[in-house]
Design a protein around this ligand. Sequence first.
Ligand code: SF4
Length: 357
Amino acid sequence: MLGIIRIYLLHYFQSWLHIRMKPRTLQLPVTSKCNSRCVTCNIWKYKEKSDIDPIALKTVLSNPFFSRVKSVGLNGGEPFLHPEFVEVVKAVLSLKRIKHITVISNCICQEKTLKTLAEIYPLCKQKNVKLHMQISIDGVHAIHNKVRGVKISFDRSLKVIQTLKKNPGVYVDNFDLGYTISKYNVDYMVQTKEYFQNLKIPIYFHLAVPNKRIHNFNNAPFSVLTEKHATQMAKEFFYSMPIHEKKIIQKIRYTLIYLYLAGKTSKRMFICDYLYSDITINEIFDTFLCATASDKVGNLLEKIPTYKEYNSLVEPTSKHCDTCIHYANVPSLLGLYTFFIYKIKTFKHIQRYNIFS
Ligand code: SF4
């Protein structure tokens, strides 16, 4: 509870007073190489490929600017294609206050993924850092393979999922699945949810959004909002999810995503700390506020920007926040208020039409 209050206090302190704080969370796309051919991402189409340099990363992260970082997300491209991924993790573990590392992977390079996890997990444990893995799953069997553009994709990912499930505490502290909803897989969410529910593996659903980092910001034909049928399917899914969810936070989250899809919100309903605190660092050390709508704000090999410099760069990104549904995790105060008003209104509706009599 105290942790949640702290998240809200810090968020509103920095965003209301427009005060930049040292980052608590870093997003690190460590490589632009990828072995998927996803319909929602253009990163794999670019010929120029780079891997982050772990030695330079360690030097950069030793700057006092990063002294409060607690959580780091390692992604790509496909992070396990980085030839020195273990060294990258060691560089991240050199952060003084690091507590959580999350790796997002497609797990297509199944053996290398497991071998690397077996190497990095003890290093994390030694430093008392929790290692979390999120495996990208966009459907079951052929649907997943079609969205990912790789025929062997589902079988490979499933093998890693089964291995992690069978061996708790050997490769990671915990893991879950992330389903990116596009108009290509919106019809298969219930099927996928049931498939993994039977295996007792948690799966989280988030909408595919236009994203500068993966080069689709100005052209997002995959979005469910581009087709009536897809929007309706997504709405129905998120409308029904709170009924089955046990956790109140997930009930609120899914309801707010439903209201967003139904066009009943004109402001962002979730907290996002990428404007005034957290940052994204790509594989060549270019920095961005968020990975979604931010342009490059600097390069850490050239200079660590001052707070003032960062603050002058907030405005071009902030104008996208109200329509952005990325990082739809923690409801804002406005989100909580909207949820409770919605619940009261729908409760009155149930009473008025005597639905349960
Ligand atoms: S555009 Fe989205 S991800 Fe970026 S800072 Fe705004 S809310 Fe956060």
